[in-house]
Write a protein of this length. Structure first.
Length: 145
């Protein structure tokens, strides 16, 4: 009877991604500070955009310090930029939302099921966007505890 020798296979995936300091999000989004202006339609959108960015930053730092691949982190960061744009767009349709704090605006649009509909987005973009919104929702609810 022949004996079977089991050998362990090594993975060909290179996970040699350098650990990024939690505060160094520039590796994933060097233009982070320009986001509020990129979302802005009117000058009065800027304060809301800056408040949103302050809410996004801890989550981006969390992603940057995680073991997720660089590509996945970048996808989540791109989706966060879209989320900010969708929230600012919502302010134009309902001006009463401008009085609401940014963290409350966020909690009103992201849920355990996902986020708002992406304006002119494909189904694939919406799925990716919803994935990020669900992850962000979990982050926000866990950090409340």
């Amino acid at each position: 009877m022949a004996r079977t020798i089991f050998q362990t296979k090594t993975s060909s995936i290179n996970r040699a991604t350098k650990a990024v300091a939690a505060t160094d999000v520039s590796a994933y989004c060097p233009d982070l500070d320009t986001w509020p202006r990129s979302w802005m339609g009117l000058e009065k959108d800027l304060p809301a955009g800056e408040q949103l960015l302050a809410c996004f930053r801890p989550f981006i730092e969390h992603l940057a310090s995680s073991t997720l691949s660089r590509k996945t982190i970048r996808r989540h960061v791109d989706n966060l930029w879209m989320l900010g744009g969708e929230i600012i767009r919502g302010l134009h349709y309902d001006p009463s939302l401008r009085k609401m704090p940014a963290d409350r605006l966020l909690r009103n649009v992201i849920h355990e099921d996902g986020g708002p509909l992406v304006h002119n987005g494909s189904e694939e973009q919406q799925r990716s966007f919803d994935s990020t919104c669900r992850k962000f929702h979990r982050f926000l609810t866990q950090s409340q505890r």
